[in-house]
Design a protein around this ligand. Structure first.
Ligand SMILES: C[S@@+](CC[C@H](N)C(=O)[O-])C[C@H]1O[C@@H](n2cnc3c(N)ncnc32)[C@H](O)[C@@H]1O
Length: 300
């Protein structure tokens, strides 16, 4: 969603932008190009391979960016508060991560059960699968994957791992296929469990919540936040954040009781109420974009 992101952030010379999910730096390069000759970009990615790829891709903009390896949840610790005109979070995994079997994200290729975006963190998918209780695993599969068979799958994993540790993506995918045969289903039966493990291993929802708060801090008034999500769980977090930041009252406790509301000044406003979807042309060119949704908020 290149055009849509550029329209949302409208980069201009002298502007300062932050890309919390550099990946291959396609968006970052476009932001730097559009803000030539004096626009500035702060960028980060949890994945050191992505940071290296981004450095190469952005070499021609040398002197106009600062890039670090790290979680966007910590962006406000190194980017000055109120300094940015635009922040981009393009969530999820990149094609290089998905396509490299050794990263362990894909059930379609055999690789180590890894799934870490940051290869230096101790938690891996193998550690989760082999060491969590069946109850914790079932909760992960249900909460992060919406997997209806979560308990049955977790119990089967617990049984199987007594004979042999789960070390590879193939081993886990085969167990799931055994329990829940494909039989004409559109999606592979391991899709939800793999998504759930990935979200848990990388604490993606927790990072997103902290990253949204951080983005609000580093934006200037009038600055825009663009977030691309790939599944409903992430989108719900972004929608909830936008709802909370754009209302003119605060809620006491977890439930919104109108009588208990306290007046407050909204911190952000929606640029468009509805999520922006990729065009059919983009989906045809890149089928992985079909579930992408872009939401844009502006700091007040
Ligand atoms: C969809 S790709 C981004 C593609 C990028 N916009 C481009 O134009 O090439 C997502 C990237 O975000 C990174 N990522 C995901 N969650 C992150 C987080 N919490 N902090 C930093 N990077 C993250 C992943 O490692 C991956 O490289």
């Amino acid at each position: 969603m290149m055009e849509e992101v550029l329209t949302a952030l409208s980069p201009r010379p002298g502007g300062r932008y932050a890309d919390g999910t550099l990946g291959g730096a396609g968006h970052a390069a476009a932001i730097l190009e559009a803000s030539s000759p004096t626009g500035w970009l702060f960028g980060c990615d949890r994945d050191c391979d992505a940071v290296e790829a981004a450095r190469k891709r952005l070499a021609k903009f040398e002197g106009r960016f600062e890039i670090r390896q790290g979680n966007f949840a910590g962006m406000s610790e190194w980017i000055e508060a109120g300094s940015c005109d635009g922040v981009l979070l393009d969530l999820g995994v990149s094609s290089p991560q998905l396509d490299l079997a050794e990263r362990g994200f894909s059930f379609q290729q055999d690789g180590p059960l890894d799934m870490r975006m940051d290869k230096s963190q101790p938690m891996t998918a193998a550690k989760l699968v082999n060491e969590s209780s069946a109850e914790d695993l079932a909760n992960i599969f249900w909460e992060f994957g919406g997997e209806r068979d979560s308990r049955r799958m977790a119990r089967a994993i617990e049984r199987d791992r007594q004979m042999r540790r789960f070390e590879t993506t193939r081993q886990l995918a085969e167990l799931i296929e055994r329990i829940s045969p494909r039989a004409g289903k559109k999606a592979h039966p391991a899709t939800k469990v793999f998504q759930a493990l990935r979200l848990a291993v990388n604490d993606e929802i927790g990072s997103l919540k902290r990253g949204l708060d951080g983005a609000l801090k580093i934006l200037k008034p009038g600055g825009r936040l663009a977030v691309i999500t790939f599944h409903s769980l992430e989108d719900r977090v972004v929608k909830g954040f936008g709802r909370t930041m754009s209302r003119d009252y605060t809620v006491i406790g977890d439930v919104d009781v109108p009588e208990l509301r306290k007046p407050a000044v909204p911190k952000m406003k929606w640029v468009s109420r509805k999520a922006i979807q990729p065009t059919q042309a983009e989906i045809d060119e890149n089928p992985r974009s079909r579930s992408a949704q872009l939401r844009v908020l502006e700091k007040i």
